[in-house]
Design a protein around this ligand. Structure first.
Ligand code: HEC
Length: 133
């Protein structure tokens, strides 16, 4: 009986969308907190993921324009049409493992999609949301 209860608890833990933390995501979240982020809002990041803004060439784009909305599937770059491997760390274990890479792409992608850099708050929200997919 005890074993069964333990199994049920384990199952419910694994069924919940828990962020797959890596040393890189831990370090970045600590950095964003040091920069003033106190409360992380993954639901806002989810809404922001498909929020369209005018990109550098005036077309409306969002994060999902290149990455899609199904994190388990590959995306496609809107201009080069290059395949972008799935963003879910569950299917792509290389995701969110390199601090420098994450920061580099946040910078580039926020500029591409929204015409500005993302704030520490937005990055903390995105990283928490994305690593839980
Ligand atoms: C113009 C196409 C494009 C758009 C729009 C875009 N991305 Fe990306 N993104 C890429 C490419 C290309 C890569 C790097 C290739 C890879 O990691 O597979 C990448 C990588 C990333 C990474 C690094 C992941 C890792 O494993 O380290 C993050 C984080 C990211 N994007 C977040 C975002 C967010 C947040 C938005 C919206 C604000 C966004 N992207 C919009 C194309 C895009």
């Amino acid at each position: 009986m005890k074993k069964l209860v333990a199994l049920m608890i384990m199952a419910s833990i694994f069924a919940a969308p828990v962020a797959m933390a890596t040393p890189a995501t831990d370090a970045l979240l600590a950095k964003y907190k040091a920069e003033g982020v106190s409360k992380i809002d993954a639901a806002k990041a989810k809404a922001d993921w498909t929020k369209e803004a005018k990109g550098e060439d005036g077309e409306l784009i969002s994060c999902s324009t290149c990455h899609g909305t199904d994190f388990s599937k590959a995306g496609k770059h809107r201009k080069t049409h290059k395949v972008i491997e799935p963003m879910s760390p569950r299917v792509n274990t290389e995701r969110y493992t390199d601090e420098k890479k994450i920061e580099k792409w946040f910078k580039r992608n926020c500029n591409d999609a929204w015409g500005r850099e993302c704030t520490a708050q937005e990055k903390a929200d995105f990283l928490t949301f994305m690593s839980a997919q």
